[in-house]
Design a binder for this molecule. Structure first.
Ligand code: NAD
Ligand code: LMR
Length: 328
């Protein structure tokens, strides 16, 4: 195990997700015993609040926390980072779709893409949580031409975890028995959580459930609209679960996914499964050594085809919108 601290940038560090995420990172949920150095980016008006969060990090006396730096200049904060978790962006409120945030948030990711391009470490990985996450990741990667596009991903792990939890509750199986879950497409209401390739204790999940009506009318909408349900109940969007999924995704990306299973990540499409090349779309992936590869050879029936196509059509529309806004 390396004893060189892993340099991890978190943007929007004084926000809701930040308040959970920083403590998970510092306590070892990401890198285990490897020390971690936190680089925290915020806008100027939020720096005072961030100072308070840093006092709390200090007060935890985390053995693995090798240092914390805060600031509002992305070129200073991203200098030499191995991992950048781009969380900072406005969340949606009740009645909004995540795509409504494109105009408000898109510009954040042009500036941060450029800064990462200029100063991040050669091995940087960039995970985008801020919404609309897939298209923000596309904006960031297009503004960072010297960083390979494969080093960017957007978070659909929260949807993946939500799908596992719903399936476990339906079947009575422990979450550890649920494998090969896939979220396809956009982190939006059009996403497609796929039970036809998932397994419950090694058996096909759709067959175990045996209820197509439940899959279409309960499972898929519950997972796809979970973010809105949380906003409705809490008055603000998911935070601790989003932080937890951000850690899960980064840990698996950097240190590898479980043998015999796969995870969902939104990554730049190479055209696999008919997803137009260049869109940042969620796929089943395995990860090893800091790289991901799309699981190949899954059979896609007409039902799944229609769902995947609908979500990727939305991603193409988002790409057109940010092109028109001059962000890519
Ligand atoms: P929040 O409003 O509590 O915090 C966002 C923080 O970002 C604020 O502190 C703000 O000052 C900061 N910020 C804004 N512009 C910035 C910039 N240019 N540089 C650095 N920091 C900046 O929001 P939150 O609840 O923490 O959510 C953050 C984002 O994550 C939202 O867009 C939300 O929709 C998204 N989200 C995504 C998922 C997912 O699964 N992909 C899940 C939950 C939330
Ligand atoms: C979520 O899925 O909880 C987040 O993307 C927040 C939202 O706007 O739904």
């Amino acid at each position: 195990m390396s004893t060189t601290p892993l340099k991890v940038a978190v943007t929007g560090a004084a926000g809701q997700i930040g308040y959970s995420l920083l403590f998970r990172l510092a306590s070892g949920s990401l890198a285990g015993d490897r020390p971690i150095e936190l680089r925290l980016l915020e806008i100027e008006p939020a720096l005072k609040a961030l100072e308070g969060v840093v006092m709390e990090l200090d007060d935890c006396a985390f053995p693995g926390l090798a240092g914390v730096e805060i600031g509002s200049d992305p070129e200073k904060i991203f200098d030499g980072v191995n991992l950048a978790l781009l969380v900072g962006a406005r969340p949606r409120g009740p009645g909004m779709e995540r795509g409504d945030l494109l105009e408000a948030n898109g510009a954040i990711f042009t500036a941060q893409g450029k800064a990462l391009n200029a100063v991040a470490a050669d091995d940087v990985r960039v995970g985008v949580t801020g919404n609309p996450a897939n298209t923000n990741a596309l904006i960031a990667l297009k503004n960072a031409p010297d960083i390979p596009a494969e080093r960017f991903s957007a978070l659909t792990r929260l949807d993946h975890n939500r799908a596992i939890s719903q399936l476990a509750a339906k079947t009575g199986a422990p979450v550890t028995d649920i494998t090969k879950m896939t979220i396809w497409g956009n982190h939006s209401a059009t996403q497609y959580p796929d039970l036809f390739h998932a397994e419950v204790a090694g058996r096909n999940a759709a067959e175990v459930v045996g209820d197509q009506e439940w899959v279409e009318s309960t499972f898929i909408p519950t997972v796809a609209k979970r973010g809105a349900a949380i906003i409705e109940a809490r008055g603000s969007s998911s935070a601790a679960s989003a932080a937890s999924a951000t850690v899960d995704a980064a840990r698996d990306w950097l240190f590898g996914s479980a043998e015999g299973d796969w995870v969902s990540m939104a990554v730049v499409s190479d055209g696999s499964y008919g997803v137009p090349e260049g869109l940042v779309s969620s796929f089943p992936v395995t990860t090893a050594g800091g790289d991901w590869s799309i699981v190949q050879g899954l059979e896609i029936d007409d039902f799944s085809r229609g769902r995947i196509d609908a979500s990727t059509a939305e991603l193409a529309e988002e790409r057109d919108a940010v092109t028109q806004l001059g962000l890519i």
